[in-house]
Design a protein around this ligand. Structure first.
Ligand SMILES: [Zn+2]
Length: 265
C-alpha cells in the first residue's frame, strides 16, 4: 500500500503563537519536534495497516521542519518547494492508495485556533462555494483531483468538525481546541497515540469507498485585510472586484483554482 502524508504545524498539539511556527525563534524547535513526532505516529499507523511506501510532504512554511532521522525507512520526505500548484501536497499523483493530513489548522477568520489562516495571513475570509476554505479543503480536494482519497485528518478541533463532511470515510483526531487567542491542548504524547491508532483504523477501511465527489464548479471569494492586496491580486486572470477588500473568480477546472492559489494569497 502506498500512502501520501501532508504535514503542517499550526494544528499540532500545542502551537498557539506565531513564534512557535517560525524558524529561528526560541519557541520553534519544540513545535518542530512535535510535528515530527505526529508525522512519525502517522507513518507507524500506516505501516501497521499495510503501507510499505510513504511519501511525506513537509508542508509548513519553507518545508524544512521534519527531522528525517525519526522517519521509518520506507518514508521519503519532500522538503522545500518547486513552485507547482500542488504546493502542500507536492508529490501527490495517481497510484497512491490514500492521503492523510497531519497538524492542519482552521481556515482564515475561524475562531477555533489563534493561528487560523488560509495559505497566508493576508486574508480575513476565504470562501470556496460559499464555505470557509481551509488549506485542508484545498489540498485534500487536490488529492482527489489526482484520484487519491483522503481518509485521515488531525488538527485543531474546529477544523476536524468543519471538515467531516468533505470525504466519506474521513477519520479525524483533534490535537487542541481554541477560542480567540488561547488554546486548550491535549497532552502531546496522547495526541501521537491517537494519531497512531486513528491512521491505522482509517487505512484499514474499504478504500474503494473513500473517494469524495469533487464539485463541478468552483466559486472562490477572497477578502483581504488590506484593500491594496485586493487591488493588486484582482489582476490575476479570471478575477473580478466584489468590493474594496474582496475579489472573486469562478472556474469548472479545479487545476485552474489550484494554479491561482500561490499567486493571490
Ligand atoms: Zn503552516
Amino acid at each position: 500500500m502506498r500512502v501520501f502524508i501532508s504535514a503542517d504545524i499550526e494544528g499540532t498539539a500545542f502551537t498557539t503563537i506565531w513564534p512557535e511556527t517560525d524558524h529561528g525563534e526560541e519557541e520553534y524547535p519544540a513545535a518542530a519536534r512535535q510535528m515530527t513526532m505526529e508525522v512519525k505516529a502517522a507513518c507507524e499507523g500506516a505501516i501497521a495497516a499495510g503501507a510499505d511506501y510513504i511519501v511525506v510532504k513537509d508542508a509548513h512554511d519553507g518545508g524544512r521542519n521534519i527531522d528525517l532521522n525519526e522517519m521509518p525507512k520506507c518514508v521519503e520526505v519532500i522538503r522545500a518547494s518547486n513552485g507547482s500548484p500542488r504546493t502542500m501536497v507536492e508529490g501527490i499523483e495517481a497510484g497512491f492508495d490514500a492521503a492523510m493530513f497531519i497538524g492542519y489548522h482552521s481556515a482564515a477568520g475561524k475562531i477555533g485556533n489563534p493561528l487560523s489562516h488560509t495559505f497566508t495571513t493576508k486574508t480575513t475570509r476565504v470562501l470556496l462555494n460559499g464555505e470557509d476554505c481551509s488549506e485542508f479543503m484545498i489540498y485534500s480536494w487536490c488529492a482527489a483531483y489526482y484520484g487519491v482519497p483522503t481518509v485521515f485528518l488531525s488538527g485543531d478541533k474546529m477544523l476536524t468538525e468543519d471538515s467531516a463532511h468533505l470525504h466519506p470515510m474521513l477519520k479525524t483526531v483533534w490535537a487542541k481546541d481554541g477560542y480567540g487567542g488561547y488554546t486548550r491542548c491535549r497532552q502531546p504524547q496522547l495526541v501521537c497515540d491517537l494519531i497512531r491508532q486513528g491512521t491505522e483504523e482509517a487505512l484499514k477501511q474499504d478504500l474503494s469507498k473513500a473517494m469524495c465527489e469533487l464539485p463541478k464548479h468552483f466559486d472562490l471569494q477572497i477578502s483581504y485585510k488590506e484593500h491594496r492586496d485586493a487591488a493588486r491580486y484582482v489582476n490575476y486572470p479570471g478575477f473580478e472586484m466584489v468590493d474594496s477588500h474582496t475579489i472573486r473568480m469562478q472556474t469548472d477546472d479545479y487545476y485552474e483554482f489550484l494554479r491561482c492559489v500561490p499567486f493571490v494569497f
